[in-house]
Write a protein that binds this ligand. Structure first.
Ligand SMILES: [Zn+2]
Length: 107
């Protein structure tokens, strides 16, 4: 009967001591320090938001850009101009930039 009562008193005393310490810590901090801390927290939140926005934008850009296929470049047998192999005309003596050069070379 006596033990629970004493235990409760001990808990109560510990709580008041803790509350007193907390109050002391809050009171010891000045208004300028508190506003400085608030400003720091707001700044950190803004920086985090900017970082999140930029990382998402970068990820979107990377997913949008189509991979460029590498193409072989060939040289026209007549004029020497370089063009993609897919656009070149194939003749009996080589590759050409146009039908006119193919005719000219294979006459
Ligand atoms: Zn040509």
């Amino acid at each position: 009967m006596a033990w629970p009562h004493r235990g409760a008193g001990l808990v109560y005393r510990r709580r008041t001591v803790a509350a007193g310490l907390c109050r002391f810590a809050v009171c010891a901090r000045s208004r300028a320090q508190e506003s400085c801390m608030k400003l720091l927290v707001v700044l950190l939140v803004i920086l985090f938001g900017v970082w999140l926005w930029r990382s998402r934008r970068l990820a979107e850009r990377q997913s949008e850009a189509p991979p460029k296929a590498l193409q072989n470049m060939v040289t026209c047998a007549v004029c020497g101009v370089h063009l993609p192999q897919s656009e070149a005309l194939t003749g009996a003596r080589g590759l050409y930039c146009s039908a006119a050069h193919r005719q000219q070379a294979e006459r």
